[in-house]
Design a protein around this ligand. Structure first.
Ligand SMILES: [Zn+2]
Length: 282
């Protein structure tokens, strides 16, 4: 699940390797991945890569001629740079960008779903694109000082923090780590945050994401591994002792994800209802 730290390290590594490189040719074996047709994908052929950057959980490859390749990895995509060209039999390939030096920038996607997408956009159309225009402020490095105002809504923090229109970059993995670090219940409502709690939450967002990135700076190299080594302490660690207080971590299971937390420090000792179990008992 690439979230802000995973996308940021990908952008940093690719930017360092690809800035100034020439795109020789492009190919989209994953027909469904490319969501735009004008300008065509081949408009990229012969252009130079000006840089690779991150916006929210998206990657942007800027090229000469004022074109931008906007990529969303969704839950199982990776953008990887290889020294060799892919076998066309690689069923994970969604987009291949061949660059000088025989290298290949490859959007690959694992699993059965084809959800990762790519758009080729002109200047101006990038900022106006629905995926970008609707994003809230970046969660890192400098989220809004007044987090209480940003999150002032009658919705649980666990939902609010993952809503990209509210704040951009956080998903199912890092939200658990952030709320644990801030010692806040995932079900606490955004409009029920004291100034002190909002301050702790803001600090937790910055510290958690910065620590993940620092870890990736040490361990993540090109081509960008298929499986990123997420340094998670709480998410999916239910049943294990809380790394801070030793209480057994609990979890609520949803259809396609899990929310993990420390009952002693986050929910006043209460073990929250397991949605999966309660559905079975109905
Ligand atoms: Zn604890």
């Amino acid at each position: 699940m690439p979230e802000l730290p995973e996308v940021e390290i990908t952008a940093r590594r690719l930017d360092a390797a690809l800035r100034g490189a020439t795109i020789e040719s492009t190919l989209a074996p994953g027909l469904n991945a490319l969501k735009t047709f004008d300008p065509p994908l081949h408009a990229l052929d012969g252009t130079q890569i000006a840089g690779v950057r991150r916006i929210g959980k998206h990657l942007v490859v800027d090229v000469s001629g004022d074109l931008h390749v906007l990529i969303h990895l969704m839950s199982a995509g990776r953008l990887q740079l290889y020294d060799k060209r892919a076998s066309l039999r690689d069923r994970t390939s969604r987009l291949l960008i061949r660059v000088d030096g025989d290298r290949e920038l490859r959007l690959r996607e694992f699993g059965t779903k084809q959800a990762a997408w790519v758009k080729v956009l002109r200047d101006g159309d990038l900022e106006a694109d629905e995926a970008i225009a609707t994003l809230g402020p970046e969660a890192w490095p400098d989220p809004p000082e007044d987090l209480a105002a940003l999150l002032h809504a009658p919705r649980p923090l666990h939902t609010l923090l993952r809503d990209q229109r509210v704040i951009a970059g956080i998903g199912r993995s890092w939200v658990d780590e952030i709320l644990w670090r801030a010692k806040l219940s995932p079900f606490k409502r955004g409009d029920d945050l004291s100034d002190e709690e909002a301050g702790a939450l803001r600090a937790a967002i910055v510290e958690t994401l910065a620590a993940a990135l620092a870890h990736y700076e040490d361990v993540v190299q090109l081509p960008i591994p298929d499986k990123l080594p997420l340094p998670l302490l709480v998410h999916r660690h239910q049943g294990e002792p809380c790394p801070r207080c030793g209480t057994t971590l609990e979890a609520v299971f949803y259809e396609d994800y899990v929310m993990s937390y420390c009952p002693a420090e986050q929910t006043g000792g209460k073990v929250l209802k397991d949605r999966r179990l309660s559905r079975l008992l109905k």
